[in-house]
Design a protein around this ligand. Sequence first.
Ligand SMILES: [Fe+2]
Ligand SMILES: [Fe+2]
Length: 194
Amino acid sequence: MKATELLKKQHREVKALFRQAKKADAEERREILDQIEEKLTHHMHIEENVFYPAVRELGTKKTDELVPEAYEEHEVVKLVLGKFPELDPEDERFEAKMTVLDELIQHHVEEEESEMFQSAERLGDARLKELGAQMEAMPPGGEDEALDEDEDEDEDEDEEDDADEMQAGTDDDSEDEHVRRASAPKGRRGGATP
Ligand SMILES: [Fe+2]
Ligand SMILES: [Fe+2]
């Protein structure tokens, strides 16, 4: 399945769950919201790790704008999702927050499907199918594990960076110095000729 088809299918599933949640009573609402959270977390994970980087590679003016915006919108979705555990489904704020989340996602999905997926077509069918297969192979619920791995990797990278800096410290400094020198004369000239 093409990556864009797989993602659209997941968009439809979440939309259907929101429709169900609106009709549900308080107890069911919590259960449905848990399902929404699970699906969205996985969906955002595969987009952020597979699909968005591939679209970003296109490097057009449009994708250079759309992809960073999409990451930011995911951040907002995650923020709102994180508020639910502390809320009682009977509380009116629960339903209000759910409506806000639904609208947020509708807007995001619309932008993805009408703009980003259109750009993604430039990747070609074969590449889109390859990306789709890659995303399908990522198991739902594996996000936490992947997150831990990422953190470990980051730590390793930080250590490597530190080591590199120690070894090549002078190079880095000279680069900074170069930037400082390039920007400093303007100010100095301004000061010298009042
Ligand atoms: Fe997204
Ligand atoms: Fe999406």
